[in-house]
Write a protein that binds this ligand. Structure first.
Ligand code: SAM
Length: 289
């Protein structure tokens, strides 16, 4: 039996055999620690009757472990230079399909409907390319897919932002969006030393369990997120200033805004980072009255 791909020697061998050179612009940092990779596999909780959607398989380190354990793996890789490598490394696994597609352009509902019908549970996983971490996560969470769990490796800073509470420097629209859709837990912290090439920062593995119902009641989700994003547009400005400049720009809107602040008893000279998700929900609901 061959060594797992996620070891320094095997990864090196594969990369050299194919003369592969890393593209920084595609966020290519490959994992070379089998134990860490197994913690990611365990965090998904997926077994032989389940399905995996993987984002950015690279040379197949994580893909191979899932291929050995679950019923179907659908993986999406943008870099065409990796396709012949994946064909070779994943040759023993007929339950695995590599799609040469940009994950931000894939219609995952159709993939699930067409290719993952005979599985019990589905998890989306990935050691995410850092340059598009936030758009990937937001797109997946907002899509309301029939997915049981998301397990992502992200840069530590981004992980901190996702889990942040009000009144901290990391708290922002990403924190609210992630916590609105999912309960986020940190699985482990991953040192930069276990990747080739070595990134400048450490990473974390996060498990996001989608909530059955959001933690706050909002009248209009799209508007709620517009209010949140506008309130953080310039962190040093007050919410009144941010909303005036970025969302509620005409006179009528501003009158409505002052009434909403009064109704919710929110001091408009506060900064966005001090408002809880509940307060943002109240404010956005009051603005719609
Ligand atoms: N899963 C591998 C591992 O853990 O060793 C590779 C992870 S590497 C951080 C990110 C991978 O995502 C790379 O293989 C990169 O080519 C791929 N990628 C980058 N942008 C992508 C996109 N828009 N859609 C799909 N894959 C992408």
């Amino acid at each position: 039996m061959q060594k797992p791909i996620a070891t320094p020697s095997r990864t090196n061998e594969i990369l050299q055999a194919h003369g592969f050179s890393f593209k920084k612009s595609l966020g290519q940092n490959f994992l070379i620690d089998h134990n860490i990779l197994m913690r990611i596999v365990e965090a998904t909780g997926m077994g032989e009757n389940d399905g995996i959607i993987e984002i950015g398989p690279g040379i197949g380190a994580l893909t191979e472990q899932f291929a050995q354990r679950v019923r179907r793996v659908e993986a999406f890789e943008l870099d065409d230079r990796l396709l012949p490598i994946l064909e070779e490394t994943l040759a023993p696994y007929p339950n695995t399909t590599i799609h040469h597609q940009d994950i931000l352009k894939v219609d995952l509902s159709s993939i699930i409907e067409e290719r993952l019908t005979n599985v019990e549970k589905i998890a989306v996983v990935g050691n995410l390319p850092y340059y598009i971490t936030t758009p990937i996560i937001m797109r997946l969470l907002e899509a309301c897919l029939p997915v049981d769990r998301f397990v992502f490796m992200v840069q530590k800073e981004v992980g901190d932002r996702m889990k942040a509470s009000p009144n901290t420097k990391d708290y922002g629209s990403l924190s609210i969006a992630v916590q609105y859709y999912a309960a986020a837990t940190r699985v482990l912290t991953v040192p930069r030393t276990v990747f080739v090439p070595r990134p400048k920062v450490d990473s974390v593995v996060l498990s996001l369990n989608k909530r059955e119902t959001p933690p706050v009641i909002v009248k209009d989700e799209t508007f709620f997120f517009q209010v949140v994003r506008a309130s953080f547009a310039q962190r040093r400005k007050t919410i009144r200033n941010n909303l005036q400049h970025n969302l509620l720009t005409d006179k009528e809107d501003q009158k409505r805004m002052e009434e909403a602040f009064q109704k919710c008893q929110i001091d408009p000279s506060r900064r966005g980072e001090t408002l809880s998700m509940e307060e943002f929900a109240e404010l956005s609901n009051a603005l719609l009255e």
